[in-house]
Design a binder for this molecule. Structure first.
Ligand SMILES: *Cc1c(COP(=O)(O)O)cnc(C)c1O
Length: 403
């Protein structure tokens, strides 16, 4: 039962906020590293990490310091003027990822919209697709955000119900099925937009070789391969980018979430010059995109990722966590899958009661779809903390087995 303090806040939220989420009833007041505290001082291990937006851990002191320093200088110029932080972020993203250039936005969905616009314009101006005919291929069960255009290519009925009419120009293929992709490419295909591992769908890892073959098909047909790494990227999968698990180089990659280190929304599209080069002054923009506070924060967030070797930690501790979870003996556990510290714990029953029981034991995680628990803690988590969590996860699974 929530305490009276948290019950009051929950009541305010329910009364005055739109009900577009169904959160667990934990009211967080502060956080540090992999831990959060509720308004009554109870402590929880965060195993969701704000959907991978806090890979660097909550309230990382180095990112905070960079942000505080920037707060005293300048926070917003708009892109009508230049600022002294954005060029440094462009250079850092180039050096870290090898992509020619980038375009900063705020939310992940905006960066996806930016990639869609770039792909269409590239289709018309570079590939020579007849005006108004460009198509983008997407995968079934994708998650790319919530704007009207993006839900136009969602296959989740709830994401679309009541939100039409939809944006045309998208085709859906089965995820992980290379023949389906091959069969749906036409001379008017501008791009294939795909998650290298589907996060919201339940940490779905496609068959080995899928992305490699998709990259080959795209190249053969002069189609852009655009990879959405908003959740999978920046260390989550045990690599800087999940596409590196297949040794490919896409034409464009979309990042967000952890780029802001949990402090500030910032996203970006990284691509080759001939792709982002289609944008000319006035074609596209955002008042807050690339502001100096965002750029300074992202610079520090990337620095922490590299200097603290969080990508290696994700890979090593992820392997360990998966091994421990697979060792749980329970008739309800169907599968444990994932890469790095990005794990789908698949049940044959509803996952919500497990999440609620785990919360009472001091572990915060969230079901994705009906029957998958996603374990995706901040990458600063330690082996000792995973062991601490495992004791409680084992206990909860065993207890619910008996019901
Ligand atoms: C979260 C997410 C988005 C949308 O990002 P927002 O910042 O919520 O708009 C897009 N694609 C993927 C894969 C995501 O996980």
């Amino acid at each position: 039962m929530p305490s009276s303090r948290s019950a009051k806040l929950i009541a305010l939220e329910e009364a005055y906020g739109a009900h577009n989420y169904h959160p667990l009833d934990v009211v967080v007041r502060k956080a540090k590293g992999a831990w959060v505290w509720d308004v009554d001082g109870r402590k929880y291990l965060d195993c969701l990490a704000a959907y991978s937006a806090v890979n660097q851990g909550h309230c990382h002191p180095k990112i905070m310091k960079a942000m505080q320093a920037q707060l005293k200088n300048v926070t917003l110029t708009s892109r009508a003027f230049r600022n002294d932080q954005l060029p440094l972020l462009y250079k850092k993203l180039h050096d870290l990822t090898g992509f020619d250039m980038s375009l900063p936005m705020n939310s992940g969905a905006e960066a996806v919209e930016t990639a869609v616009k770039a792909a269409r314009k590239w289709g018309y101006k570079v590939k020579g697709i007849p005006d108004g005919q460009a198509e983008i291929i997407c995968a079934a069960d994708n998650f790319h955000g919530r704007t009207t255009t993006i839900v136009s290519f969602s296959t989740d009925a709830q994401y679309r119900d009541g939100f039409g009419p939809f944006t045309p120009g998208f085709r859906i293929v089965k995820y992980g099925d290379i023949d389906a992709l091959r069969n749906s490419i036409t001379p008017n295909t501008a791009a294939f937009l795909v998650e290298p591992i589907q996060g919201e769908a339940g940490i779905i890892v496609p068959p080995e070789g899928y992305l490699r073959e998709a990259a080959r098909l795209c190249k053969e047909n002069n189609v852009l391969l655009i990879v959405d790494e908003i959740q999978s990227g920046l260390g989550r999968s045990g690599k800087l980018f999940a596409y590196q698990l297949e040794g490919i180089t896409p034409d464009a990659v979309i990042i967000g979430k952890a780029l802001g280190g949990g402090y500030y929304p910032i996203s970006a599209v990284l691509a080759r010059k001939d792709v982002l080069g289609v944008f000319h002054p006035g074609d596209h923009g955002s008042t807050f995109g690339g502001n100096p506070l965002a750029a300074a924060t992202a610079l520090a967030a990337l620095d922490v990722l590299v200097k603290e070797k969080l990508i290696d930690k994700s890979r090593n501790l992820g392997d360990y966590f998966i091994k421990r979870l697979r060792a749980i003996k329970s008739p309800h556990v169907k599968e444990v899958r994932g890469k790095g510290l990005w794990i789908g714990f698949v049940l044959d029953t509803k996952a919500r009661p497990y999440c609620e029981a785990l919360m009472k034991e001091g572990i915060l995680c969230k079901e994705t779809h009906e029957n998958v628990i996603r374990f995706a803690p901040p990458l600063v988590i330690t082996k000792k903390e995973i062991d601490w969590a495992m004791t409680r996860i084992e206990k909860v699974v065993q207890r619910l087995d008996m019901q």
